[in-house]
Each structure stands twice: as structure tokens, then as C-alpha cells.
Design a protein around this ligand. Structure first.
Ligand SMILES: [Zn+2]
Length: 121
């Protein structure tokens, strides 16, 4: 007999399979297999993603680690963090020009290089 722990292909939950007899009228014709988490009905026992059948390769490290996004130099310098209007305090990062919250990595069309602040007259 197969194990009853599954990793549901429908909802992705670490769940259990729920077996219910399938009747044709009063005659039992087979079994139905449901996900205990979302109630998804599997087409057949062969489609049940039993945990014991080594399906763990679905969850590889590659899925967990997002590739690091590499910005081109030009784009990098248009980030809010390098902008004159970027205001950083312990509570929030915001854009003084647009009066909104921003991320240091945001990019903006109204970007104004921060060095201008120092050389302003
Ligand atoms: Zn499910």
C-alpha cells in the first residue's frame, strides 16, 4: 500500500490523501483520491502525488533562490538612492519630489543626480 502523505499538485500543500469509495449506484467501483488541504480530486491513484514516491525534485534549490538581478550601469545611476530627491530616514524611504514612498532601487524619469546637491549654488 502506498503512503498517505502527499504534496498536492493543485495547491502545493504538504497534505494527506483522502480516500473515498466510488460507487456506481450501490456497487463499489473503485476509490476516489482527494487532497485533504484543498479537496482536489485526482483522476486516479496514479495521479496522486504521494510523498513517498520521491517527488521532492519538484522543490529544488533553484526554485527557492531568485537570480540576482544585474543592472546596467546607466540604470543603476538612475536609482532613487542616487537621486537628489531621495530622503532616507529610519522609518521610510521617500521621494521628496513626488511625495511618495520609494525603494532605493526604484528608477525615476525625474531622476536628478545627488552630486548636484553638493555643488549647488
Ligand atoms: Zn491540494
Amino acid at each position: 500500500m502506498s503512503g498517505i502523505e502527499i504534496i498536492c499538485t493543485e495547491c502545493g500543500a504538504d497534505a494527506l490523501v483522502r480516500r473515498e469509495p466510488e460507487y456506481d449506484g450501490f456497487k463499489k467501483v473503485g476509490e476516489l483520491f482527494f487532497c485533504s488541504a484543498c479537496g482536489f480530486l485526482y483522476a486516479s491513484e496514479d495521479d496522486v502525488p504521494f510523498k513517498t514516491t520521491n517527488k521532492t525534485e519538484i522543490f529544488t534549490d533553484a526554485d527557492k533562490i531568485k537570480p540576482v538581478t544585474i543592472f546596467k550601469d546607466e540604470e543603476l545611476h538612475k536609482n532613487c538612492r542616487y537621486c537628489n530627491h531621495y530622503v532616507f530616514n529610519p522609518f521610510a524611504q521617500r521621494c521628496d519630489l513626488h511625495a511618495k514612498f520609494v525603494e532605493a532601487t526604484d528608477m525615476c524619469d525625474d531622476f536628478e543626480k545627488k552630486e548636484d546637491l553638493l555643488s549647488r549654488h
